[in-house]
Each structure stands twice: as C-alpha cells, then as structure tokens.
Design a protein around this ligand. Structure first.
Ligand SMILES: Cc1cc2nc3c(=O)[nH]c(=O)nc-3n(C[C@H](O)[C@H](O)[C@H](O)COP(=O)(O)O)c2cc1C
Length: 707
C-alpha cells in the first residue's frame, strides 16, 4: 500500500502498557450482539472484527462481554467470558485480528440494571427502577418498568465481592485467549458506572457514600485482575466524563477519576459520555457534530500520562489527524464509523479518503433494528455487516443489461452492486439529480450527515461509469431490450380527497424540503425547483420521515408548527436516541451536550386525529378518535403521508418485462430498508433470470422450470 504523508500523527505508533499499537486508530467497544446464544464466539463475530483489522485499525477493543451470564447480559447476543470453554472461540478471534497487525482487547461489561437478559431481579448499586429510552436492553418489554413488575435491587456486599472475582476470572480468560489487554466498561450507566455515578449510587456502606466509596467497586476489580493476570497485563477503563444528568458526574470529578485510575495502574483511559437515562450523548444520534466529546479527553489528558482515547462522532481522517496533532487525545476511537466502513484506516492511509463511507449516525441498522429488538447487528448503509455474501462479491455468470427506474438510495445501491458484478446498468431518474428521498434530509439542520451518504453513493455511481438518464421515466416499450428492470421510484405522497385539498395553501413535505443549495456539488446543470415559501403557522399532516423532517426544518426557520397524526404518539417508528433529541427540540430545547440553534416555538403534536377540511381562509377542521371536532387557523397544510406505489411496476409486469420492485416502491420504510433491498437484488441478478411464482426476480433456480 502507498504510504501517505498526509496523516503522520494518525499513523504513528503508540505504547499502551506493555505493548505498542501500530497507529492511533482505536475501535472503541461495539457489542455487535452476534455471538452464539451461549455467548461463545462464532464466525460472524470473527469476520466482523477481522475486516476491521484488515482495514488498518491499530487497536481493536471488542465490545461488551459479560462476566456472568446468569445475572446480566448487556445484549442477548453478547460475548460471554464467564466459563473456560469460551476461551477457544476468543482465541480464534484474537488470532484473526493479530493476523492483520492489530493489537487487541476485550471489554468486560456487567450491565447491572441495564441487562437485556435476565428480565427480572436485576442487580445494581442502588434500588432504583428506571425506564431507559435508548438502552439496548429491554425497553421494548420494559417501558414503564414498575408497571410490568421490573425489579432492580442493590447488591449485597457478598454479591459485590463475588462479581469482583468474576470480572477477574473473565479478564484471565481474555488473557489466556491471547488478547493484549482487557477493558472495563465503566460508562453509559452499566454496572461499574452505576457504582461510580453520584446520581445512581445511593449506598451508604463502603461501596458508596463518598467519592472513594463510589470508586471502590472498579478499584477492587482492577486489583483483583492484577492479582489474577499479573501486574503487567494492561487494563483499560472506559467511563463517561460527563453524565449530563442532574446529580451525575461532571468533568471536574472525571479528572479526579482519571488520576485515581492512573495511580492504581490502569494502562489506558477510554473517555466516553452519557448515561442511558438520557441516551443522546451516549449514542450520539445524527444531531451531534463531529468530535463534540473531545473537549473531555483534552482536559483529562492534561492530568495523566497514560494514553487517553477520545470517541463519539469521529468520521473524517483530517479531523482525527488534528485531534492527535493538537494533543487533544492520544488515540481516536471509532465505533459506528467502522461498522459503516471497516476499511477506514486503509483508505485514509492510501490517500483515498473520499472513498470512505461515512457513518451518518442514524442508529437504525446497528441499534433500532438489531440490538434493541434482540437481533444481530446490521448497518443501514453497509449491507456487508452481518451478511458475508457482500464481502465476497463475485462476478455474475452472465453479463446482463439492467434498467433501474429511480435514482434514490435503493436504485443506486442496486446499481452499485450489480455493476460490481459485471452487469451493464442504466439508471432512469425522473428529476435531474440522483439521491431521491436522501436529498430531502440533507436540508434539515441536524440531519445533514445524510449528505455524506448521498455524496458517497453518487460518487460511486459516477466512478463506476453507470449510465444515468435524467428527466425521464421510461415507457415499457423502451425497456424491452433490457434483461431486467428494477422499479425504485419511491413511494407517493397521499392526497386525501377532502374539501380544500386543492387549495394553494396545501403543499407536500417534498415541496418544503427541496434542496435549494446552489453550492451543492451535485447541483444539476440546469433547473432545480426551489422550496415553496410557507407562512408563519403550518400544519403538518402525517406521520412519516417527511413529517418529522419538515417539522425540524420549519421549526428552525422560526415557524409555529402543528403536527396532526392519526397515531397515539408521533414518530414512534423513529430510532429512540434520535427521537429523544427530536422530542426535546420540539419542546424548544436541545439534546444534552448540544448547543445548536433551537426552535423559536415549540411544536404542537395533535395525536389520534385527522383533517376533515381546509377552508379558503386557512381554517382547518380536525376530528379526533372520539369524534370531537376542533378548528385551527394556519397559513399552510403540509401533506406528509407516504404510501408504496406499485403502478409503474404493474405496468412493466403487464408488458412482460422481468421486473422487480425495491425500496419504498415496494414498502415504505427507512434508508436501511431501501439500501438492503437494493443490495439484495443487485446480488440476485445473474444467469438464468426469471420471475418466480411470487413474481419475485430470481436467478439460477435449481429446477428445470426456466422459461
Ligand atoms: C451497536 C452499538 C453497540 C455498542 N456497544 C458498546 C459496547 O459494547 N461498549 C461500549 O462501551 N460502548 C458501546 N457502544 C458505544 C460506542 O462505543 C460509541 O461510544 C458510540 O457509538 C459513539 O461513538 P461513534 O460515533 O464512534 O459510534 C455501542 C454503540 C453501538 C452503536
């Protein structure tokens, strides 16, 4: 690989305890919840981490592993280090990463009150039942925990010492497996942090009561590991420098914590943020700007000599180089960035930073649609996570010509994978710009990370030489020369036939969100509709991404916004960490640690209701689920309900084309749904293409039914 002089600091070695990491890139622990049900390591776990090592990450800390499955698994698919037979799989995992030059660690984490399993009789520092909006544990089951019989109890002294021993035994197994170090999870409101936090720890025995009392649990664990594994075996600790909760720990105390850990022989500090009562700073959804947490490592580093890792929304190698160069941290920690693109380090080092698929912090694939609902981890924009078929994309047995109608995320991802497999692809895009629904989010303050994905995928399409025909939706007759046609035209906005729907006051969320950025690097050569102007008071009608995005855009623009939804609550489909911040912004505030512009007026949600009519003077009549009517005077009504649109697909099928339907044209979902559809069909296109009895596009059916 070409050596790059561009990032001299990022690619310099660093000593951590008794080993040297080859560069400053650290994979901060990420529980991918993909181990076997008994917690043993499997090929899925190995492949995930091996790709990251291949991609040039210098120090990989494997995500949360439980020291005691019986009392707490952080996720149902976490790794376990609580029995000797686990050592074998762990050893294979360490070997797979070492093969590619990475140094390694495993994080040991007892979730305490935040266990995904078991569900009852959870242990903690204190008796304190909490509803945790964002934890990977069990909020789906345990929203309003008390009512559902959830119990969390303070551990006895005996139990504490028993668990201290289990942590040490777990660390010993990690060491036996050949890992270079171990990390303790003292962040995010899990068990160690429950003891460390002045907000959670209400004990008045020797494990609470004072700063040193709260620190006794981690210090006992550290001492016990040193006794069991030898004083030379490096121990790191992750903890939240700021908990952002009233009564919680702040940076000032976190400096004291750092000094105490260094005095007790800790080899590295992994400085994180937050506690799960307030999930924003812990998981930083889209709203959090790059490097927002680095001020904490910068301060802590002034007071210790051991390596300090900073993390949270680090995406760009130039930015990361500056962190190291300025001495704000010794290593940069990446979690979701390496989910979205495990080859970040290799791309940066070889001068291909524009090839990096930057994580957009949506938390949909890695959190909402996986860990939270007890499934293996996935990624909205990287289909290879959890699906090894995409790691070894082979050429198709026959080169096909493929027409893709619709240049949104589903269409572009299908084009990307199909082209990689050697097919000739033409995208027909009705507007004069690729991007589809993704472009709309780019215009929303706090969500412009979507632009990163839009830029990346559009650049891939351009680089691969995919033919794009703009401003045209092809008739079936124009497509007869193609082997396959993929319909990716997205959904359509519903226009209910109520009185007043044709009024000039009515527009759609697309009209409001249109990107008017003249400076956008993909701004089409000619013609781009401007966003519509709306008045000061706006009613958004619907419960879709478009509704949430329009509310955010208009809220920041200083409009008074009402949202009418037929559902009991608005945006219950939204990823909870993102929703937590959005809800706070709707109320006129901001997420914890965020300093961005707030809305001039709080957003009013009108649940369980619908619109009956829109009068010419802007008076809107609403009806709720008890048939009670009310009126509201607004300047504009923004339609924001989307439905799948299969009309074009049906026309193509009727014309005898081999046609598939992907993205919102098939079913209205999110970006992950679109990208997964596109990637999947791109991989399906091959040799003997046909429609099966479900009218699904399939290839190489192992039967004699080929047409
Ligand atoms: C799917 C997922 C699993 C995570 N698992 C862990 C974990 O096991 N231990 C931990 O300390 N943090 C965990 N985190 C938090 C990340 O390490 C990281 O602090 C956070 O995602 C913000 O950094 P990022 O922007 O680099 O992702 C997890 C995050 C995600 C999204």
């Amino acid at each position: 690989m070409k050596q790059s002089a561009q990032y001299p600091n990022l690619f310099s070695a660093i000593r951590i305890g008794n080993f040297e990491a080859p560069n400053r890139i650290c994979h901060v622990p990420t529980d991918i919840s993909s181990a076997n049900a008994d917690g043993s390591v499997n090929q899925r776990v190995i492949t995930y981490h091996e790709e990251i090592a291949k991609g040039g990450c210098g120090f990989i800390i494997v995500g949360a592993s439980t020291p005691d499955r019986k009392t707490g698994r952080p996720t149902v698919g976490c790794i376990a280090v609580d029995e000797d037979p686990m050592i074998m799989g762990l050893a294979e995992l360490a070997e797979a990463m070492h093969r590619h030059g990475a140094m390694t660690s495993v994080q040991i984490q007892h979730p305490g009150r935040q266990a995904a399993w078991p569900r009852k009789d959870l242990i903690s520092a204190s008796d304190m039942v909490v509803d945790i909006p964002g934890s990977a544990g069990h909020e789906v089951v345990y929203a309003q925990g008390h009512a559902h019989g959830k119990s969390i109890r303070a551990m006895t002294i005996e139990e504490i010492y028993d668990l201290v021993e289990k942590f040490a035994e777990g660390a010993w197994r990690v060491q036996q497996a050949g890992f270079d170090s171990v990390e303790l999870h003292g962040a995010h409101g899990y068990l160690i942090s429950q003891f460390m936090s002045p907000y959670v720890n209400k004990r008045n025995d020797r494990f609470g009561g004072s700063f040193l009392g709260r620190m006794r649990f981690p210090l006992e664990i550290i001492e016990s590991i040193k006794f069991k594994c030898g004083r030379d075996f490096p121990i790191g600790i992750r903890y939240s420098a700021e908990e952002f909760i009233e009564g919680g720990r702040h940076l000032e105390e976190s400096v004291k914590v750092a000094k105490l850990f260094e005095e007790h022989g800790v080899a590295f500090l992994d400085v994180s943020a937050g506690i799960f009562e307030l999930p924003g700073p812990t998981m930083d959804p889209m709203y959090y700007p790059q490097g927002w947490n680095t001020y904490t490592s910068e301060e802590i580093k002034k007071h210790v000599t051991i390596p300090v890792i900073t993390s949270h929304t680090l995406r760009d190698p130039d930015y990361c180089e500056r962190i190291i160069a300025r001495g704000q941290a010794d290593m940069v920690g990446l979690s979701r960035q390496l989910i979205a693109d495990p080859y970040w380090g290799a791309k940066a080092r070889s001068g291909k930073k524009e090839e990096i698929r930057k994580c957009i912090s949506c938390l949909v694939g890695c959190w909402q649609e996986s860990l939270m609902i007890k499934r293996h981890m996935r990624c909205a924009i990287n289909p290879a996570v959890g699906d090894e078929r995409f790691l070894h994309i082979s050429r198709a047995s026959r080169e096909l010509s493929v027409a893709i109608v619709g240049g949104g995320p589903a269409g572009m991802e299908a084009a990307r994978i199909a082209t990689l497999r050697g097919h000739r692809v033409t995208i027909f895009e009705k507007t004069n710009e690729l991007g589809g629904a993704v472009l709309l989010c780019c215009t929303v303050s706090g969500k412009n990370k979507m632009r990163w994905y839009a830029d990346w995928i559009r650049q891939q399409i351009a680089k691969m030489g995919v033919e794009v025909r703009y401003g045209h939706v092809p008739e079936p007759s124009e497509l007869s020369g193609y082997d396959a046609v993929l319909v990716a035209v997205g959904g359509s906005i519903v226009r209910p036939g109520i009185p007043g729907i044709e009024s000039k006051r009515v527009c759609t969320f697309e009209d409001v969100l249109r990107c008017a950025l003249k400076k956008c690097e993909y701004y089409p050569k000619e013609g781009k509709p401007e966003p519509v102007e709306v008045g000061d008071t706006v009613l958004i009608w619907g419960d879709h991404f478009g509704a949430a995005d329009a509310a955010e855009k208009l809220g920041v623009d200083g409009k008074k916004v009402y949202i009418v939804t037929e559902n009991r609550a608005f945006a219950s489909w939204l990823e909870p960490c993102n929703k937590d911040v959005m809800d706070k912004r709707f109320k006129g505030g901001n997420g914890e640690g965020l300093t961005g512009r707030t809305f001039a007026h709080p957003v009013t949600i009108i649940p369980s209701s619908t619109v009956l009519s829109i009068a010419s003077d802007g008076e809107v009549t609403l009806v709720d689920n008890t048939f009670r009517r009310s009126t509201l005077k607004v300047d504009n009504v923004v339609l924001a309900t989307v439905q799948a649109d299969d009309s074009l697909y049906r026309r193509y099928l009727a014309a005898g084309l081999i046609a598939g339907r992907i993205g919102d044209a098939r079913k209205v979902r999110n970006l992950r749904g679109a990208v997964t559809d596109g990637a999947g069909i791109g991989l399906t296109l091959d040799g003997d293409l046909q429609l099966n009895a479900n009218s699904a596009v399939v290839s190489n059916l192992p039967t004699e039914v080929q047409l």
